[in-house]
Design a protein around this ligand. Structure first.
Ligand code: AHR
Length: 510
């Protein structure tokens, strides 16, 4: 059996874990909103048409913040279409996903839903086809107490109290040619700076998130960030970046090692932030907002790999019939293997808790999501629900430095240890929680924890995501095919545990 030792000392900390690391994202895309969040007439719909069964699962996940309304959608969206009496709202072509947007659900419906579910909204403004004035008007509509055109209209539309939306994204993936109204870094910087000024004039308390680089295959990767940050650094609070990985025939070892690719990507972003800060003698720190991350296997998209994305609009990517209302697109069916990889990405996010303050699993319902609903029917939890749930349940307190002494395996991201851990210390519960990805494909691993300074700790719980069939999936008829399993820890000597081959583990010590 392979042997791995993991060392952690209570004095060696990465940083405090912000609860916003377990955030998510809902876009007007496919069935995320319509028949995901909102389905009037559904047996589970409440008086506002929100599905109570969906709200229940989101509350169980304890999601602190949700980004809305896109994604690529936002760059084609006029938020003013989605307010006022529903019968007057126009149906529009959404160029991003080649769908019809009915506008039945808009900013009021989202903010009221967010309140009911107990999540903080994070709103993206349209800096593609939208104007900087539209962005200012939206902040006024959401946050100004009253006595002005937009704030009084909000009251007339049923919400006298302001929504006080704190987090605002200055556009979405503006670096990419697939984005409606895509701009060069220089042009984006000018537009985002003017939007930021107006938005902060309307409400100085808001936090702004600037678009950074997301895709390594673009020639502007990271140079975009350097140019943009040079002028925007002082005016924003976060830099946004996205990361998706896919199982596209790169081989099991490389797919499992996606956590390392994400680690490289986060560190690249952090390095540019540090460079711009140093070069310009800025004092404040900027945090990373990883506002889209996931495994996305492009199961219903015509692309072979993410590299083919260049020069395509998302309109051209989808295999759905064009101009349908809420077509069932991007409804990935996640496997056990995908869930193990998602767990690995979660480990990387924790290990970068010093630079990443917000992270949104993209997305939450139906579209590349951990929750799948049936129109006029029930719902089930995809395999990827489980690592996300575990992270959000146990990943609190301080992220600790973890050093491993382990055999390695070869990947396109270098020689990596067979087991990749994230160690968390929850001071309140006085528990050490270890999330660990076991990439050993042929045999189990003996995993020994060498803890220093935490007092006498024993393994109390060991939960694992593993199985013989890596292609196993959950469905509406077989919803519990893949779940976390609890192992018997009574026979574990001290702080040694056995990690099953190819598994994602949660170990609680107290
Ligand atoms: O989450 C799906 C899409 O992925 C989003 O609309 C876009 O921002 C990203 O490319």
């Amino acid at each position: 059996m392979k042997k791995v030792t993991c060392f952690s000392d209570k004095h060696y900390k990465i940083g405090k874990i912000d609860k916003k690391l377990y955030s998510s994202f809902t876009e007007h895309l496919g069935r995320c909103i319509y028949s995901g969040i909102y389905e009037p007439g559904h047996p589970e719909a409440d008086e506002d048409g929100y599905r109570k069964d969906v709200m229940g699962v989101i509350k169980e996940l304890n999601v602190p913040l949700i980004r809305y309304p896109g994604g690529n959608f936002v760059s084609c969206y006029d938020w003013k279409d989605g307010i006022g009496p529903k019968e007057n709202r126009p149906k529009r072509m959404d160029y991003a996903w080649a769908s019809i947007e009915t506008n039945e659900f808009g900013i009021d419906e989202f903010c009221r839903w967010a309140r009911k579910v107990g999540v903080e909204p994070m709103i993206a403004v349209n800096l593609g086809t939208g104007s900087i004035k539209d962005a200012g008007d939206l902040v006024e509509y959401c946050n100004h107490p009253g006595g002005t055109y937009w704030s009084d209209l909000r009251a007339k539309n049923g919400s006298p109290e302001p929504y006080n939306v704190k987090y605002w994204c200055l556009g979405n993936e503006m670096e990419g040619s697939w984005q409606a109204g895509h701009l060069s870094s220089e042009d984006y910087t000018k537009k985002a700076l003017e939007a930021a000024k107006i938005m902060k004039w309307v409400d100085p308390s808001i936090k702004l998130i600037a678009c950074g680089s997301s895709y390594e295959m673009l020639p502007t990767y990271m140079e975009w960030d350097r140019v943009m940050l040079t002028d925007l650094y002082k005016h924003v609070d976060y830099i946004s970046t996205h990361y998706y990985t896919m199982n596209s025939g790169q081989g099991m070892a490389n797919f499992l090692a996606s956590y390392k690719q994400l680690d490289n990507h986060i560190k690249n972003t952090a390095r540019v932030i540090e460079y711009v800060k140093a070069k310009n003698r800025f004092n404040k720190d900027l945090k990373i907002c990883l506002d889209e991350w996931n495994v996305w296997n492009f199961q219903d998209i015509k692309l072979k790999s993410l590299d083919d994305l260049q020069e395509l609009t998302t309109f051209e990517m989808t295999s759905a019939d064009k101009w349908e209302i809420a077509p069932p697109i991007l409804e990935e069916k996640y496997s056990l293997l995908d869930a193990i990889v998602v767990g690995g990405l979660g480990i990387t996010i924790l290990n970068n808790a010093d630079t990443v303050e917000i992270a949104c699993l993209a997305q939450l319902i139906n579209v590349i999501a951990p929750i799948t609903t049936v129109r006029n029917g029930g719902l089930f939890k995809q395999t990827t629900y489980y690592p996300f749930y575990m992270l959000s349940k146990y990943g609190h307190g301080t992220a600790m430095k973890a050093i491993v002494d382990a055999p390695t395996y070869s990947t396109e991201f270098g020689e990596l240890p067979v087991a990749e851990p994230a160690v968390v210390y929850d001071e309140e519960a006085d528990e050490v929680r270890v999330f660990v990805l076991n990439c050993s494909q042929d045999e189990d691993v003996e995993f020994r924890l060498e803890l220093q300074g935490y007092g006498d700790k024993k393994v109390k719980k060991h939960l694992v995501l593993t199985g013989d069939n890596l292609e196993a999936r959950n469905t509406i008829d077989n919803p519990n095919n893949v779940v976390m399993k609890e192992l018997d820890v009574s026979k574990y000597p001290d702080t040694n545990v056995i990690l099953p081959k190819l598994s994602w583990n949660v170990i609680i010590l107290g």
